[in-house]
Each structure stands twice: as structure tokens, then as C-alpha cells.
Design a protein around this ligand. Structure first.
Ligand SMILES: [Zn+2]
Length: 65
């Protein structure tokens, strides 16, 4: 029997609830956003793509899933 138990690392991508640093507006941001996410309310950048996991410029208040 071939032993075939290989752990495949899954990217832990998810949608997160983030409160804007500037105005506190709650936004849903993809954790691996590939483009800049701006606040709907004030236009502040709340997520910036870094190549893998987006940099979140706000307060993460939980998962949106
Ligand atoms: Zn804002």
C-alpha cells in the first residue's frame, strides 16, 4: 500500500470584518486581496496587496464567513 498522507498547506484565505482606522466603518475585506481596498465611507486604504496576504490597515473584528 502506498502511504499517501501528505498535508497540503491551504492558504488560509477568508473574508474578514475590518473596522476602518479613520471612521470606524465596518467593511468586509478578503484576507488575500489582490488590489487596494478603500473604505466605502471615507476612502481610507484599509487593505493593501503584498503578494500574499493583504496588509490590513484597520481593526479586524472577526471573520465574515
Ligand atoms: Zn473609513
Amino acid at each position: 500500500m502506498k502511504k499517501d498522507h501528505v498535508e497540503i498547506p491551504k492558504p488560509s484565505s477568508k473574508f474578514q470584518k475590518v473596522n476602518c482606522n479613520e471612521c470606524g466603518e465596518l467593511q468586509v475585506v478578503y484576507s488575500h486581496a489582490s488590489q487596494v481596498v478603500v473604505c466605502n465611507s471615507c476612502g481610507n486604504n484599509i487593505a493593501e496587496p503584498t503578494g500574499s496576504k493583504a496588509k490590513i490597515n484597520g481593526k479586524i473584528s472577526g471573520s465574515a464567513e
